[in-house]
Design a protein around this ligand. Structure first.
Ligand code: ATP
Length: 257
């Protein structure tokens, strides 16, 4: 699904974050990216989203070299990115409007999704994410969890095959975060979505990442990956295997339990 091929990247006049870095993310896999602040987690996500171009090397998505953002990649950020003057329903519908403006190939090639299809998908995701009671409210009237669910619905109406999430639940309280983590796990069971979540939380990485990529605060030259195949399974967060992975990750990141 995603192949980083000998990718190098640095911001102008800054040191290399990645140098000839290669990584392969298979279709349907669930990845988490962990590492200290400033190690390049968000940058990696933006490269995979086509929002930044590699300094050298290539990013492949679905067998094609990525040259610009693809409409079937969904990106969810920590600050939700909702329009404050639009209702929940209008914000969810916004995903269609933007894609229809850019066209399915990501270029300026206007295309219109039939209104009936739009209505049906907006209705489906509003219900699926439990937003029915607040569909007419504005972001300022919502809780953080409701705002993030609105942002998730706006992304999922477009039926993405790749979901990139940059610390999506970082500003939420623990129960809300766990509730949204459950939603992400359910979505993965319902569709063959490939997902990559950037997080600061070892526990979140262990719950959501079947593969966990560790980045370091120096030039990243090779991918350090921890396999966590049981992630997402029933009761996994209460299991011995989960605790083992968490302590392994803590040790790798130099944290004490
Ligand atoms: N637009 C930019 N221009 C210049 N340097 C940048 C820019 N964005 C990020 N950086 C630098 O690139 C490095 C990697 O940043 P990045 O945001 O990818 O790290 P991160 O691991 O996501 O950090 P955090 O966990 O704090 O969000 C950091 O040293 C950061 O200061």
């Amino acid at each position: 699904m995603i192949r980083l091929e000998e990718l190098s990247y640095h911001y102008p006049s800054k040191p290399l974050i990645f140098e000839r870095f290669s990584l392969e993310i298979g279709g349907g896999e669930a990845w988490a990216v962990l590492g200290p602040s400033g190690c390049g987690k968000s940058t990696l996500l933006y490269l995979a989203a086509g929002l930044r171009a590699p300094t050298a090397g290539r990013v492949w998505v679905n067998g094609a070299i990525l040259e610009r953002p693809r409409p079937s990649t969904g990106l969810i950020l920590q600050d939700f990115g909702l329009l404050p003057w639009a209702t929940v329903e209008e914000n969810v519908r916004l995903g269609f409007k933007i894609r229809d403006f850019y066209g399915p190939d990501g270029k300026h090639a206007p295309e219109t999704t039939p209104p009936a299809v739009m209505d049906e998908r907006v209705r489906f995701w509003i219900e699926r994410l439990g937003l029915e009671p607040v569909r007419g409210q504005y972001p300022g009237q919502l809780s953080g969890g409701q705002r993030q669910r609105t942002a998730i619905a706006r992304t999922l109406v477009l039926n993405p095959d790749l979901l990139l999430m940059d610390e999506p639940f970082a500003s939420l309280d623990a129960p809300t975060r766990e509730n949204l983590q459950k939603i992400v796990l359910q979505l993965r069971q319902e569709s063959p979505l490939t997902s990559v979540i950037v997080t600061h939380s070892i526990e979140e990485a262990a719950v959501l990442g079947q593969k966990i990529l560790i980045l370091r605060n120096r030039t990243n030259r090779s991918a350090e990956v921890v396999d966590n195949p049981e992630a997402g399974g029933q009761g996994y967060a209460d299991s011995e295997g989960y605790r083992r992975i968490c302590s392994q990750l803590r040790e790798m990141l130099g944290e004490t339990a």
